[in-house]
Design a protein around this ligand. Structure first.
Ligand SMILES: Cc1ncc(COP(=O)(O)O)c(C=O)c1O
Length: 286
C-alpha cells in the first residue's frame, strides 16, 4: 500500500480523504507537479518547485510550504515508498469552502502528494503522433489540474492509433497534449519559445541546456505547420517520458521513419546527465 502525504500527515493511500466541497474537485481550482525520482533522488527538484511556485502565484494561491519543507516532505514520501525510481505527484488545491466562484478569504489549501514506482514509458523505437487543433485556454503555462482539453486531445490521438497529439494554434506548434515538442529542421534543433500558450517543461529546458553544452545548434523559435511536416526529426519531451522520437506524423513517416541521429545524441546526453547525478549518491552508499 503506498504512503501519501495529505495536509501534514503521512498515511496509507486508502486512508487519505478530502471533502467533496474541495475547490480542486468542484472547480479544478488547483495546480500540480510531477517529479521523477531516480535511485531515490528527486530529479531537478529546484526547477519543479520553482514552477510550482509560479503556478501558485498565477492562480493567487500562497505557497503553503517553503522550498526546504517541500524538499523534506517529498524526500520522506520517496523514502516511505521504498526509494528506487518513482514518479512523485503533488497537488495543491485552494481548499474547502461553500461552492462559490469567488475565492473565499482565509481558506486553507489542501496539500497532497503521492508517489508510485516509475513506469518505464520511454519509447526507444519511436511513436506515432497526430496533429490536432489546440483548443485549450490561453494560460497553458500554468500547470493547472483542469486538464479536460488535454484528456480529450490525448484520447483523440489514441482513437487514431497514435501515442501523442501535437497541437497547432493558428498554424503554429504549441506543444504536445502532455509534452513539449522539438523538431530538427536542416541541422538546427527548434522548439517553440515559452509563452502563455505552452507549459515551460522542465525536460524541455534541460534538453536545451544539454544541446548547448554539447555545441549542438538549437534555438527557441516558432514552428509553423509546414515546417513541422518537413522536419527531419520530431521529438516530444516530458519528465516521465524523457525524450521520445516521433517517427510517424499523421500517418506519414518523419524523415526516414526511424529515430534520428540528433535524437540519439540528445538522449545519450540526457542519460549521461542522469548518471552523473547518481554518482555522488553511489559514492555515499559505498
Ligand atoms: C501539456 C504539457 N506540456 C509539457 C509537459 C512536459 O513538462 P515536463 O518536462 O516538466 O514534464 C507536460 C508534462 O506532463 C505537459 O502536460
Amino acid at each position: 500500500m503506498s504512503i501519501v502525504y495529505l495536509n501534514g500527515s503521512f498515511l496509507p493511500i486508502n486512508k487519505a480523504q478530502i471533502s467533496v466541497l474541495d475547490r480542486g474537485f468542484m472547480f479544478g481550482d488547483s495546480v500540480y507537479e510531477i517529479i521523477p525520482v531516480y535511485s531515490g533522488q528527486l530529479f531537478r527538484l529546484e526547477q519543479h518547485l520553482q514552477r510550482l511556485a509560479r503556478s501558485l502565484e498565477a492562480i493567487r494561491l500562497a505557497n503553503p510550504l517553503t522550498p526546504l519543507k517541500w524538499q523534506q516532505v517529498l524526500q520522506r514520501l520517496v523514502d516511505e515508498n521504498g526509494a528506487g525510481d518513482q514518479s512523485v505527484y503533488i497537488q495543491v488545491t485552494r481548499g474547502v469552502a461553500e461552492r462559490d466562484h469567488v475565492i473565499p478569504p482565509n481558506i486553507v489549501p489542501t496539500v497532497f502528494a503521492m508517489s508510485k514506482p516509475m513506469k518505464c514509458e520511454r519509447a526507444q523505437t519511436g511513436i506515432a503522433a497526430v496533429t490536432l487543433i489546440d483548443f485549450r485556454w490561453k494560460r497553458c503555462d500554468i500547470k493547472a489540474t483542469t486538464l479536460l482539453p488535454n484528456v480529450l486531445l490525448r484520447q483523440e490521438a489514441d482513437d487514431r492509433g497514435a501515442t501523442e497529439a501535437i497541437l497547432l494554434r493558428d498554424g503554429r506548434v504549441t506543444e504536445g497534449a502532455a509534452s513539449n515538442v522539438f523538431i530538427v529542421s536542416g541541422d538546427l534543433v527548434k522548439t517553440p519559445p515559452k509563452s502563455h500558450l505552452l507549459l515551460p517543461g522542465i525536460t524541455r529546458d534541460l534538453v536545451l541546456e544539454l544541446l548547448a553544452s554539447a555545441g549542438i545548434p538549437a534555438k527557441e523559435a516558432e514552428i509553423d505547420e509546414g515546417e513541422l511536416r518537413c522536419a527531419r526529426e520530431i521529438w516530444v519531451t516530458s519528465s516521465m517520458r524523457e525524450i521520445v522520437p516521433v517517427v510517424v506524423l499523421d500517418g506519414q513517416p518523419v524523415g526516414d521513419g526511424r529515430a534520428g541521429p540528433l535524437w540519439e545524441r540528445a538522449i545519450s546526453l540526457y542519460q549521461a546527465y542522469k548518471q552523473a547525478l547518481a554518482v555522488p549518491q553511489a559514492a555515499n552508499v559505498s
